[in-house]
Design a protein around this ligand. Sequence first.
Ligand SMILES: [Zn+2]
Ligand SMILES: [Zn+2]
Length: 631
Amino acid sequence: MAETLCTADTHVGYRNVSYRGCTNHYSLHFLLALSRLSSMEAKQKLQQRLQNSIFPSHSPIYKSLLQAGPRLRPLQQVHAQIIVSGFQRSRALLTKLLTLACTSGSIFYTRQLFFSVPNPDSFLFNSLIKASSKYGFPFDAIFFYQRMQFQRLFQSNFTFTAVIKACADLSALKIGKVVHSHVLVCGFGSDSFVQAALVTFYSKSGDLFIARKVFDKMIERTVIAWNSMISGYEQNGFAKEAVEVFYWMQEVRVQPDSATFVSLLSACSQLGALGLGQWVNDYIVDNGFVLNVILGTSLINMYARCGNVEKAREVFDRMHERNVVSWTAMISGYGMHGYGSQAVELFHFMRSHGPRPNDVTFVAILSACAHAGLVNEGHEAFTCMKRDYGLVPRMEHHVCMVDMLGRAAFLNEAIQYIEELIPGEPAPAVWTAMLGACKMHKNFNLGVKVAEHLLAIEPENPGHYVLLSNIYALAGRMDRVETIRSMMIRRGLKKQVGYSLIEFNHKTHMFCMGDKSHPQTTEIYLYLDELMSKSRDAGYIPEPDSVMHELEEEEREFMLRFHSEKLAIAFGLMNTDHGTPITIVKNLRMCGDCHLAIKFISIVTNREIIVRDKHRFHHFRDGSCSCQEYW
Ligand SMILES: [Zn+2]
Ligand SMILES: [Zn+2]
């Protein structure tokens, strides 16, 4: 309490007391030296008086310390006052001074002070470890912890929670594991605070197996522990597991808080789990949670990434407070769905009424323009980025510009942009965008050059080999396709495995190419056969090219129809009522044949099918796609 008051009153307090009795013009070092020279007798007397008694918290010096608060200069002045008054050995004063110094952010001064304390005790160490861990000095927290170990002082659960947090901030897995062993030796293995800290530490360090082991052993799980486990899974790409832990949390009736929802919504975004995301939204509303800026932005992201951009906008409009991240999320949401003009409109509105756009906002708007073919608007945004906001374009912005020009068939301009406007060596992503454009506009000669260049800068990336073999195949140079493939095999490079996700009944179902693991496999394949024959009757002709070219996705499988997205769509259509839109999330780019087939499926079933691929959304309705072949 005293600390909080003191922080709030610091400013006033400092003005009133800082010069009282304090020799401001004396340098600290001089005073330190002076204190060392003081007579032995006086020293002994003081030591007796101070070390045997607790320093009274109502004494003027202690009050001065509280009033100085966590600010370096006033603290140094009180420090001088302490030395002059002969209290430099008071444990209470030094501990307070040290923690305040650490809180003030001056870790150098803190360390200096620390070394002037003879035989520091557990309490001092604990305060220091706690403060340095809390105020962003994880290295120092670990340093003080090691000193404490060295001096064989008693460690409490506070010591461990603080030092484990420091290890988590540094993702220092090795040191953290050593601390974990100390925890067990010292008998704190079942302390719920220490366990919660360990769960966070292992989750943040990416060792989810041990995180889960510690979590499972916990008898008392706080909401913080649940949140750590959920966010650990979510941030390491195990969205499904994150959702499962959340369902478990619901079963044991632990009340979630807004941090739970932020992680959960992000997991929903990864999975395209609109149903669960919608449920979270309702829960937030029904339980009177404040739609703060973080939660609101998470909802925007979830709706946009789960295919419902209109709902995202509803949340955006409902938010009382929005920051640059919320605006950017909304613009990027429009962009992902190919709603370029809405993105541009919102961006203009942001410029006149919203917060100052940052460089991420510009990535969002440029990418929206690229995906919607809005070349003029994109150029305009790029110009104002530098002119009006003084932002220097980063590689991401250059990638968007090349992508935008390339998609709009300005291949020469795109190459010129790469050669003249990008300082230094262009990142592989720039060449990848260029290559995509060459493929889209069937300029295979340029494509081969770009792909070879790409391979030269990143010879270990399997994706580049795939792209190069695609482009050779398109150019009809099958001999080169074989060479590239065998090169890839020789180097032991494996391409990414494609999969598609679909949410049904609050559960996510995953399909891989030719998957036969689903309980409904027989029905799915029969239904898919029927679907494809109906589509053929409606005029669909499979694109055999895709088998050859789209090696990136699912290589040359024997049959195109078993691509993961087709299986997921068949499953979705079979199990949902007529009129319900189907949403699929695919981890890679769709192949040309799937894109074409889904158009026909949308006709013969009279359904809306939404597919999120690696780059954007495709809304298929009545035989056409929202991307207008722009992908
Ligand atoms: Zn396909
Ligand atoms: Zn499309």
